[in-house]
Design a binder for this molecule. Structure first.
Ligand SMILES: Cc1ncc(COP(=O)(O)O)c(C=O)c1O
Length: 471
């Protein structure tokens, strides 16, 4: 091979033409890597929990894609158009119009972020003793369902629990399992089906259009409602466009709206797909339910035309919704996640496959087969990565799964993962290279690594604030 034939650019290395982000950078925020000794001290002070680190001690922050996006110049300009009226702000109507246009639901209730919306929908539609089937749990969602007296039952397809299974739609609901549950409990005990787009805890895995259509038919037979966690539904639409027959030429916006049309409503953590740093909403088609939600929002969030958000935040969000559904945006967003995942895959680092929408999920069980689950392998891996390079990821395993409210025992999920979540429009390919090399270095030294012991455990959502010590 001559010098000019050696693949050099990213595209050449992967046997294709290179792509680039559909934006250029106008403002930068300096970041710095502190020394290895300082990182060791910072991690000890944080009780080996990456949520308890100060962000200034972090070099590349892949803790979450939530509220960490870079806003566009249009969104920043939108902030200046904030109508900070207590009631009836014009920005609310812009937001309402954007949700109606792109998601298709009739009534909108804004909330300060996703869990605010989860709280309202759970209080409004779950009765004590109800069952809430869904495609894998999410931490805050399930807790709000439990606090409202419900019991979450996982009805995702079994392939989702296997990090090596290559099913293209691992977020799908197992319709037979759901039907058996409905028959066993009785339809009146099912509060609703909780359907999430690109299932976070499964590795950002999508739901197919065929699955949601079949789910609609099944639920109609029993008179059961479907509410969608639309937090990463734009990413889900990308996978449908790419993988599902008949959608290759449909724009993302069209796919998104069709998908939502099979559901009765949705809640949203706008801090993800919608490219804003704060915000959320709940949207439904039923006017009685809307009346109830509109009444509840004034107790917990704020008046129904701001729901805890400033007018300027609603304006940035309305603009973000339009930017989020642009095909070139979502292709480059998921392309960047894939770039990191492809590098790790080529080095045989165990990650959840297929690569999902918002993050790379390292498979800590295969990374550290010598660390038992009750010594927190994913937590350990997040800590080791930080020590190696100042890269911050997060635990998505036994700590996140919490305790069974009935038995009080740890829940031991099949997936024990460390999530490297890519903020939208924030980092470059060079940052991804640094992250990949760090993961490889930690993988290469895996045999010398020991697990952790939990020394402090808060009652709710323990992964946020638990503290550990090394073994
Ligand atoms: C799938 C999913 N649903 C709901 C939420 C909760 O949203 P928020 O963090 O805005 O309260 C999140 C946030 O991480 C999420 O990933």
């Amino acid at each position: 091979m001559t010098e000019s034939q050696i693949p050099k650019t990213m595209g050449q290395q992967f046997g294709r033409r290179s792509w680039a982000e559909p934006w250029k950078i106008k403002m930068v925020e300096p970041i710095e890597m502190i020394s290895a000794e300082e990182r060791q001290r910072a991690l000890e002070e944080a009780g080996y929990n990456t949520f308890l680190l100060r962000s200034e001690d972090v070099y590349i922050d892949l803790l979450t894609d939530s509220g960490t996006s870079a806003m566009s110049d249009r969104q920043w300009a939108g902030l200046m158009l904030g109508d900070e009226a207590y009631a009836g702000s014009r920005n609310f109507y812009h937001l309402e119009e954007a949700v109606q246009t792109y998601y298709g639901y009739r009534y909108l209730v804004p909330t300060h972020q996703g869990r605010g919306a989860e709280h309202l929908i759970s209080q409004a539609v779950i009765k004590a003793g109800d069952v809430v089937p869904g495609n894998m749990y999410f931490t805050t969602t399930r807790l709000h369902q439990e606090l409202a007296g419900g019991r979450f039952v996982d009805v995702i397809i079994p392939e989702a629990h296997d990090p090596t299974n290559l099913h293209p739609f691992k977020g799908n609901i197992d319709l037979d399992k759901l039907q058996a549950l409905i028959e066993q409990e009785g339809a009146s005990k099912i509060a609703y089906v909780c359907l999430a787009g690109t299932v976070n805890m499964a590795g950002g895995q999508p739901v197919s259009m065929a699955n949601v259509k079949a789910l609609r038919q099944l639920c109609d037979r029993y008179g059961i409602r479907i509410y969608l966690d639309a937090t990463r539904m734009v990413e889900n639409a990308f996978f449908i466009q790419e993988r599902e027959e008949g959608y290759a030429n449909s724009p993302i916006a069209e796919i998104l709206k069709e998908f939502c049309s099979y559901t009765d409503g949705a809640w949203m953590s706008a801090k993800k797909d919608h490219l804003v740093n704060i915000g959320g909403w709940l949207a439904v088609n039923d006017s009685d339910l809307y009346d109830n939600l509109r009444n509840l929002v004034v107790i917990y969030e704020g008046l129904h035309t701001y729901g805890g958000m400033a007018g300027r935040d609603m304006e940035a969000l309305a603009i973000g919704i339009r930017e989020a559904v642009q095909d070139d945006h979502i292709r480059s967003r998921i392309g960047q996640v894939r770039y990191l995942g492809d590098l790790l895959t080529s080095w045989q680092v165990p990650i959840v496959q297929p690569i999902g929408g918002h993050a790379i999920f390292l498979d800590a069980k295969r990374f550290y087969p010598h660390i038992p689950q009750d010594q927190f392998p994913s937590q350990t891996l997040a800590a080791q990565l930080y020590l190696d390079s100042g890269v911050r990821g997060m635990e998505r395993g036994v700590v996140s799964a919490g305790r069974d409210p009935q038995t009080g025992d740890h829940r031991y999920p099949a997936l024990e993962l460390t999530r490297l979540t890519i903020p939208r429009r924030v980092y470059t390919q060079a940052h991804m290279d640094v992250v990949a090399e760090s993961v490889k270095a930690v993988y290469d030294s895996r045999q010398q690594t020991h697990g952790l012991k939990m020394v402090y455990e808060p009652q709710y959502l323990r992964f946020f604030q638990a503290r550990f010590t090394h073994l």
